[in-house]
Design a protein around this ligand. Sequence first.
Ligand SMILES: *Cc1c(COP(=O)(O)O)cnc(C)c1O
Length: 355
Amino acid sequence: MKFDPTPLLRPHIVNLLPYTSARDEYTGKEGIFLDANENPYGSVTDQDHNRYPDPYQLDLKEEIAKIKQVKPSQIFLGNGSDEAIDLLFRAFCNPGKDNVILLPPTYGMYEVSAGINDVETRKVPLTSDFQLQPDLILKAVDANTKIIFVCSPNNPSGNKVNREDILRLLREFNGLVVVDEAYIDFSDEPSFTTLLSEFGNLLIMQTFSKAWGLASLRLGMAFASKKMIKILNRIKPPYNISGLTQETVLAAINKVEKVNAMIADILQEREYLKAELSKLDFVEKIHPSHANFLLVKIPNASHVYDDLIEEKIIVRNRSKVQLCEECLRISVGTRAENEAFVQALRKIYTESFNL
Ligand SMILES: *Cc1c(COP(=O)(O)O)cnc(C)c1O
């Protein structure tokens, strides 16, 4: 399917003249650099950070392209996935006019970013087992619908979304389908990246924040057609990825084996946590998880959340979220952390609720 994103763009973005940085105009690495008003002596720190970084992160993209089996031109890197989400709103959604479709319960940033950009959100809830309702989603689409956000595996429910349903949206929706794969490394589901050449309206998001253990560096990836990536590059802040982040991830990227070992440990701990929780009578439901967390339904979830904090154990209270009533979201920890959590939970119920 040939898909041109240009007609979907906000009109002023089509003709926008992007900022050209000093490092755009001259990309060589050798020479006397008197073009960017940098400090020629170095930095106050032991390590030098005085030169502006590559605005397009080409070395890093080349390595990411290899491990993700995409082309460097199909990669956008953002200051966390959240930057890519915000840029999509700014590129495609006219404030006060256009809308996007969200599928709650889902990741909160889509709605926040829509709000910041004054863009209407149309919500089509997931089913009780957290799957899409494609008929209703497509019915909610109108001429001003620009983006549908799908999260798979979904946060906060943890399940993977049926592939056929996402494919149907890609085929039948003439706008952008974002598939947020932040948790794909914990799932047996293949990534949608293999379908990039087939669907020009597909944009996949992944992140270094979860499986790679680099949340503090803030590095999110978006994979899409070359045309779409060009649009994001035109409107992003010029130096959105710090040099330190680029260097650190470049040095880390050949450590796929270590990442895989950590993923294996997390999956094993997820099963341990699930097994331990299922031994507790008061646990009503442990939702199936393809992510590094479990959504667990328990009585008096909000009180338990508070009591856990008293024990210095912090989980995510999702009990006020639609379809997650009385649920806590628990990130998989180390064995010691998981044991401490289960023990605290048992104590809270026996002491506070006499169960
Ligand atoms: C954690 C998470 C991300 C990652 O966000 P970063 O900004 O890259 O840290 C993206 N999407 C979902 C659904 C997440 O849960």
